[in-house]
Every structure is written in C-alpha cells, then in structure tokens.
Design a protein around this ligand. Structure first.
Ligand code: ADP
Length: 644
C-alpha cells in the first residue's frame, strides 16, 4: 500500500482523524496511552511483509498443483498428523481385546477374578482418555495444517490472477473465478482438515480390524470376509454410483438456482419496470423445484443405504452368532473371544459406511484440485520473456507499424494500421462505436498483442521489454473511473508510492477538486465506499485524472467518459485535461468533439482502419469524414457525436 505524506497518514487509521485538521500527528495523548497499549497487546504480531511480484512465475510456482506438493511444504505437520492418526486408530482397537481378557480371565467358570475385571476396566478407561487427548491434538494439527496449506493456495491463485491478461478476465465470468477462490478452496480445506485424516484413519482401522478378526478366529473371520463383505461391497458400489449421480445433479441445479437468483437481483429494475415479477417467480419456482427434486433423490439414496447396510450387518452378526455360538458350545472358541469378535465386527462395518459417505467430499476435493490446477496452468496471453530488459525512460514516440488485430484470429478488428505519434503530441481517436478506437489504445498499453505488425515506443517493440517497466511509463484513464475501497489519499497514490501530501494536494488543485475535499469530513483521508458510489460520476472522473497526474506517466491513454457530465463538470474536466496533457504524448479516445478539437491531431477510425489523419483545422477544411461528423455534431447540439 502506498502511504501518504511525511507523517505517514494512511486512510482510516486508528488515530487518523487528527490528520484531517492539517496538523502533524503529535503522538498518542498520555491519558489514552494505557488503552492504546491494551489494544496493541491484543493485536497479533505480524511479520513484516517482504513481498515481491514478478510477472514470470518462479520454478516452484510453475510446478503443477497437486495435493502432495501442497502438503510437502509442511513435512513436520504432515508427519505429526499422520503419527497421531495411526496412534488413535490403533489405541481404539485395544478395547475389545481388554474385554476379551476380562471375560476369559475374570468372569468365566474357573477364572473368577474381580481384580482382573477392575484392571481391564481401568486400563480401558485410561486408554480412552489418552485416545481423546491424542485426538484433540490430531484435530488441532490437521486443522492448522489445512489453514496453512489453504493460505498458501489462496495467495498462489490470487498472484496468478495478477499475472493473467485482460482476455482471460473478459472471457471468464467473475462469478466462476470467485467460486475458485471460495468453494473450491473450501472443498480442499475440508479435504485436508478432515477428509484425508479420516480416510486414513478409517482405512487403517479396517486393515487392523481384519487382522485382529483373523487372529481372534479364522473360521468366523473367513465367514465374514466371504459372506458379509461381498454383500456390503455390491451395495456400496450401487450407493457410490447413485450418490455421485445425485451429487452431480444437485450441483448443476444449485448452479441454475444461483444463476437465476443473481440475474433477477441484478436486473431487478428491468424486472419491475416490465412487470415481470410473476414470470420471474414462476421461473424461479421451476429451478428451485428441480433442485429440490435432486435433493430428494439424494435423500432417498441415503435413506436406502444407511438402514440397508445396517441390516446386512445385523444379518451377518446373526449368522456369525449362530456359528460362533456353536463353536463356543463345542469348546472351539472362548466366550470372551466371541464377544470380542462381535465388538470388532461392529467396528469393521462403520468405517465402510463412513468411507462411502465421505467419498463425495473426497470427490469434490479432487475435482477442486483439478480445477485449480487448470486455472494455475493457464498462461497469461501477454507475457514477457524471462530476461526482458527494462524499458529506458522514453520521450513518448508511439508507433503503430502495419498493425492488424482480432480478438479472435478469424475476425480482424484492426487492419494494417500505421500511425506515428510524436513525443508530446496529443492525438484524438474519433469514429463510430465499434470502429476499433479502444482496441488501438489496448494495443498501445499491451493489454493485447497485435496479430501482425508491431507497436513501438521510442522505436522499441513493446513486446520485448518488461511489462512492469512498460506500464510504469504509461498512464491509463479508463472511461469508468475505478475507485478502490480506501481513502481518497490511497486511491490517488495508486500509481506511485511515496507521494507527499503536498503533491497530492497539488493534484487535487490541478483537477479542480478542492471544493470536494474541503467539503468531505476527513478531507483526503475520507474513506470511499462502494467504488465511489457516494461521489458523482464527474468527481470520480476527476479523481481518476488526479491519479494519472500523480503517476506522471510519459504517455497517457485516456478513454474519455461518455456518461452525462453536466456542462460545468465538462469544463472542469477539460481544464484538468489541459494540465494533464502538458508535455505528454497522449491518445485520447474522444467521444465529444470538443475534446477532439483540442488535440494536436485527429485520427478518424472506421471499421478497423484509419480513414483520415490531420490537425482539427486540416480535417475541417478537408470536407471528409471528420468534417461531416462535425457538422452532424453541431446540428445535434454538440453532444456525443461518435455515439451516433
Ligand atoms: P470503439 O472503441 O471504437 O467503440 P472497440 O475497439 O471497443 O470499438 O471495438 C472494436 C470491435 O471489437 C467491436 O466490434 C467490438 O464488438 C469488438 N470487441 C471489443 N472488445 C472485444 C472483446 N474483448 N472480445 C471480442 N470482441 C471485442
């Protein structure tokens, strides 16, 4: 974040209000010091951020995203978590063995000993307590591991977003990108936190119990494995298939519900104005109904699987009780061993049920990893080579050399454009909507690369230099000024760090916003909400101009606001523009011909080609496209000629 002046005033700071009076920050008053210390004591200590951003990802960042790679960053936590999972899974299995010992050695004829029962009981209790404590530590460890891994992942995805090019954000829906950061990351968090450890614990439990079952009694264990397990297996396969279908169905349908909801909310004005409420409700009832049906289906599948596997378990137990009972009567099995067998049998079934039920979350986590991996492997279409040199400080000569360009290769938007803009010259692009004016500007800023031809700055192909050095010398003022949440000061300091308050104040004066700043309760430190919706369109535009003024670019690219600015704002903005353009090369996408008239030269663009170039005076006397556009503009009262 770029902080403001010498006395370090950022917006919205705890003690920031003293700055709005224009006095330097004089320290915390002594009577408040104790309170301040208390607040500071509760603040978590944060490491100093030593963050650097490089357009080229590091070798480590280029590796494909996989769960093991994410976990490998924390070997200690993974080892600790795994050991704890193993320990808790094993410890729990001692219970039935103790029960067997207590029955055989303490409760059967000839072996009556209350002491044995007490010792076994106490040991069981101690093991249960130790197990609970270990489980607590294990949950804590896996929780912390998951938080760390997800923190890294969020930063990695966000950093990748910063590297990607404009075309990516134009093609991908913002909602979809958001869901990568929300639901996909959360699915993974769930997986790392609970899923993997519980899967490992259940799997391990099943293996341990199978071994114990065979160790306790081979005959009973064989019956179990041959009869009950196959039945359970077949049924589980069915459930897996059915629940996956249900999961996919409900996922698709909730997406429809959300899409319908967001469309209705965004378009609520149009809905109300066109009396579409009834139709909308009908529509929504339809998508919500489909979602309900998908949920009902999942509910039915669960309702069948849970009780049915229980029944299989009970039938299996009944059968084994018959066989085992006979074995006890024939003295082939001790009664303690039979009881232990049954206790283990119950524990054998529950992991199967749990594993299957958690399969969905495993599936979700897996597909989230795949989606995030794909996202992270999307290369930016505008990139720099690893050894791209820095663009030296330029004078500001912009050259379009035989430039052709299409957003899709088979549909050219610009054809063979040749244009040279001299250092310090301001050139206005005019022409009908869709002619290719903004596209030209986007090529100059290297938001896109030409399909053929070159764009040069001071004779240097802009594709060969580092993006950071290129953009630091180009200022862009978009049509819709974008203000970030934060104070006016931080918004203005966006393009250049280390600005002094004096410099910011000067910029405010240059763009004529002094009145606004004086009116605001905290002056420059007033926090802007909701992308500046509390400011007028004209004020937002002026702030964007002030931001560009402070960034002091060598070349300015300005997409003039078309929104209905009142006449007074227009005059103020024009005066601000004059100051901003002083000594700079500039491309102005002029929507109003008053702006075009003030430029050094005018370029008329139509259907992707330059049709006329000249000074305003030349073009007017030439009686060509610009002259007729100008006449039409005069006739229409002088507004928005290029929009016609
Ligand atoms: P202007 O600024 O002159 O109004 P643009 O340069 O924005 O026109 O657009 C030129 C053409 O390119 C238009 O036909 C427009 O529909 C198309 N276009 C603009 N942006 C994109 C995009 N991101 N993807 C595909 N086509 C686009």
């Amino acid at each position: 974040m770029a902080w403001g002046g010498g006395w370090g005033g950022g917006g919205g700071g705890m003690f920031g209000s003293s700055q709005s009076t224009g006095l330097p920050f004089g320290g915390i008053p002594s009577e408040l010091q104790a309170e301040a210390n208390k607040v500071l004591a509760t603040e978590p200590a944060r490491e100093k951020s030593s963050l650097t951003f490089h357009q080229r990802p590091s070798a480590k960042e280029r590796l494909a995203l996989t769960l093991p790679r994410m976990l490998r960053a924390y070997p200690g936590w993974v080892a600790g978590g795994s050991l704890l999972v193993i320990a808790t899974s094993l410890l729990l299995q001692a219970g039935p063995l103790l029960t067997e010992f207590a029955i055989n050695r303490g409760l059967t004829l000839g072996h009556r000993s209350l002491a044995v029962v007490y010792v076994c009981g106490s040991l069981y209790l101690v093991l249960a307590i130790v197990n609970a404590l270990l489980q607590r530590v294990q949950i804590d460890v896996t929780g912390k591991l998951a938080s760390r891994v997800m923190h890294d992942l969020r930063i990695r995805v966000f950093t990748h977003f910063q590297r990607l090019s404009l075309d990516f954000f134009t093609e991908e829906k913002a909602g979809v990108l958001m869901s990568r950061m929300t639901s996909d990351v959360e699915n993974l968090q769930q997986l790392v936190q609970d899923g993997i450890s519980s899967f490992a614990a259940q799997g391990l439990t099943m293996i341990v119990i199978t071994v114990i079952l065979f160790w306790t009694n081979v005959v009973l264990a064989t019956w179990t494995v041959l009869l009950v397990v196959p039945l359970m297996f077949v049924f589980t396969l069915w459930f897996h298939h059915a629940s996956e279908k249900g999961y996919l169905l409900s996922r698709d349908r909730i997406a429809n519900v959300l899409a319908d909801l967001s469309e209705s909310l965004y378009g609520i004005r149009v809905v109300t104005a066109n009396n579409r409420q009834r139709r909308n409700i009908k529509n929504h009832r339809h998508v919500v109904g489909a979602y309900r049906d998908a949920n009902l289906y999942t509910g039915r599948v669960n309702a069948i699987y849970g009780p049915a596997t229980n029944m299989i378990g009970i039938f299996g137990s009944a059968l084994l009780l018959g066989i085992g009972g006979n074995m006890v009567l024939d003295h082939k099995l001790s009664i303690g061993a039979l009881v232990a067998f049954f206790l283990y049998l119950n524990r054998f079934f529950s992991p199967i049920q749990l594993l299957v039920q958690q399969y969905n979350s495993l599936q979700q986590g897996r597909s989230s990893v795949i989606r995030l991996r794909e996202l992270l492997q999307t290369p930016p279409s505008i990139d720099e080579s690893s050894d791209a040199p820095t663009l030296p400080t330029i004078e500001g000569r912009i050259t379009f050399e035989d430039v052709s360009f299409g957003y899709s290769p088979d549909n050219l938007v610009l054809r063979d454009v040749n244009l040279e803009i001299a250092p310090g010259e301001s050139v206005a692009f005019v022409g009908p909507t869709g002619a290719g004016k903004s596209t030209m500007a986007k090529l100059a800023n290297r938001f896109y690369d030409p399909t053929t031809g070159r764009v040069l700055l001071d004779g240097i192909d802009i594709r060969t230099v580092s993006l950071q050095s290129l953009r630091s010398q180009l200022g862009v003022v978009p049509q819709e000024a974008f203000l970030f949440a934060g104070s006016i000061r931080t918004n203005l300091s966006f393009g250049r760090s280390g600005l002094t308050t004096k410099e910011i104040e000067e910029a405010i004066d240059v763009v004529g916003l002094r009145d606004l700043i004086d009116r605001l309760p905290q002056g420059l430190d007033t926090v802007i909400h909701e992308r500046g919706q509390t400011l007028s369109a004209g004020e937002r535009q002026l702030l964007a101009l002030a931001r560009a003024f402070l960034a002091r670019p060598r070349v300015l690219i300005l997409d003039e606001a078309t929104s209905s600015l009142d006449l007074q704002s227009e005059t103020v903005i024009e005066a601000a523009l004059d100051r901003l353009l002083e000594g700079r090369s500039a491309i102005l996408i002029a929507h109003r011909l008053t702006t075009a008239q003030r430029a050094d030269r005018i370029v008329v663009i139509d259907e992707g080609a330059i049709v006329e170039v000249g000074t305003p005076h030349e073009l007017l006397s030439h009686n060509g496209a610009y002259a007729s556009m100008y006449q039409a503009w005069l006739a229409s009262g002088g507004r928005d000629a290029t929009r016609s």
